[in-house]
Design a protein around this ligand. Structure first.
Ligand SMILES: NC(=O)c1ccc[n+]([C@@H]2O[C@H](COP(=O)([O-])OP(=O)(O)OC[C@H]3O[C@@H](n4cnc5c(N)ncnc54)[C@H](O)[C@@H]3O)[C@@H](O)[C@H]2O)c1
Length: 392
């Protein structure tokens, strides 16, 4: 029986994947083997030594002390892409909101309340103040072609837009999903110079903070419309407001309202609704549960933020799961400990990521006894050893 603690409410759709005869799941559980968390802050929490994995049902892991977990051999998972479709749909809404004066028009129409039969006459007379262009035939520049960017780029093609993409680190998986009709921009500057609309889909880090700044606004076409459903800090607010003043930026739709942006008619602030759909929440829960389940049952690592992806089809004997420091001579000592005890290795995989490595080792024997596990665990540089014995 595996024990899993949930630190927040996790969607029932996800938890229903855990068979009751194999998993005990509760919010109050002592010494769990796994934790599933959404937003609960874990930095000051005492994490029991029994914990093997922490799965965050969501993308960011700021609420988890990842480094401390790595040192303790705790695998931390997140759920990349689980909310991608929800964000994509809101970006599409943002494209339309940026083009047509829908928000101003709605506010204006609401203000006609009480004018009786005059309402429809006033609407017809004054609607000309709210015209805006179609997006079809215009050029959208998508910066960052990951889970969300690919969906946005493909959907924009279906809406009749020309799509330019820029991502110097494009993954093979993303490339498989991207329509061949998306054109590769030679550089960020070339994308900025050619686009009528821009959508940001990159993480915020040291390289990307204030990516859109005065120099970049200077390259853009006059009247550009910008969608930011990635992170507020990717755009310099000061330079953006100046670019709006100079008529460079026609509209800025952001999922990250900040005080200095509010009240500016060119800014459409959306209250961080990108992932706020029941489907996104459910997808995150399902992914985090599946990752936790296959890690506990088979030692498989998929979508970890601190350990390498690692999986191997299960053999007929026992399975050893070993996390170690990524230093020389580890494997030879592990294999020597097995050989000394006459244990035959059937299959194995060894992967590393930064300072750590992870091994899945299947042996012929159905059971590896405690003494051998202790011997391997005592080797300098070994972080954690777990065995999945076959029931005999
Ligand atoms: N509004 C919301 O509620 C919401 C929800 C989910 C994600 N997000 C944001 O959206 C971002 C994208 O999410 P995702 O799931 O597509 O992430 P992802 O990791 O799948 O894709 C990010 C892509 O950006 C690329 N990239 C990184 N640095 C780049 C750079 N300097 N120039 C161009 N491309 C670069 C990467 O190669 C990757 O392909 C996230 O980082 C997050 O900040 C927002």
């Amino acid at each position: 029986m595996y024990t899993i603690q949930t630190l927040n409410k996790i969607s029932a759709e996800g938890l229903s994947l855990l068979e009751r005869d194999k998993f005990e799941v509760a919010s109050e559980i002592k010494n769990p083997q796994a934790i599933i968390v959404r937003s609960a802050k874990m930095h000051d929490m005492e994490i029991p030594s029994t914990v093997l994995s922490i799965a965050r049902a969501g993308a960011g892991v700021n609420n988890i002390p990842v480094e401390k977990c790595t040192d303790a051999g705790i695998v931390v998972f997140n759920t990349p892409g689980a909310n991608a479709n929800s964000v994509k749909e809101l970006v599409l809404a943002g494209l339309f909101l940026s083009s047509r004066k829908i928000t101003e028009g709605i506010t204006w129409a609401q203000g006609l309340k009480g004018q009786g039969a005059e309402v429809s006459k006033t609407v017809e007379k004054d609607k000309g103040g709210f015209t805006g262009p179609e997006i079809s035939g215009k050029t959208l520049g998508v910066i960052g072609l990951g889970a969300i960017g690919v969906l946005v780029a493909n959907a924009a093609l279906h809406l009749g837009m020309n799509v330019l993409g820029y991502d110097p680190f494009l993954s093979v998986d993303a490339a498989w999903g991207l329509s061949p009709s998306v054109q590769k921009a030679a550089s960020l500057d070339s994308l900025l110079a050619k686009s009528d609309y821009i959508s940001l889909h990159i993480p915020q880090n040291d390289q990307t903070t204030n990516l859109l700044n005065a120099a970049k606004f200077g390259i853009m076409k006059k009247g550009i419309r910008i969608m930011n459903f990635a992170r507020g800090g990717l755009v310099s607010n000061k330079d953006l407001l100046a670019a709006i003043g100079q008529g460079i930026v026609e509209r800025y739709v952001t999922d990250f309202p900040e005080d200095e942006l509010l009240g500016n008619p060119a800014v459409i602030p959306v209250p961080h609704l990108g992932a706020s759909t029941p489907e996104a929440e459910e997808n995150c829960a399902v992914m985090s549960v599946k990752q936790t389940k296959s890690f506990l049952e088979d030692g498989t690592i998929l979508n970890s933020v601190n350990f390498p992806n690692c999986s191997m089809e299960r053999g007929n004997g026992a399975r050893l799961l070993i996390a170690n420091k990524n230093v020389p001579n580890m494997l030879s000592q592990i294999l020597a400990a097995l050989a000394d005890n006459n244990i035959n290795v059937d299959d194995m995989v060894n992967k590393h990521r930064d300072t750590v490595a992870y091994n899945i080792i299947d042996v012929s024997q159905p059971v590896i006894n405690e003494a051998i596990i202790k011997k391997i665990a005592a080797v300098d540089g070994i972080i954690r050893v777990r065995v999945l014995n076959k029931e005999v």
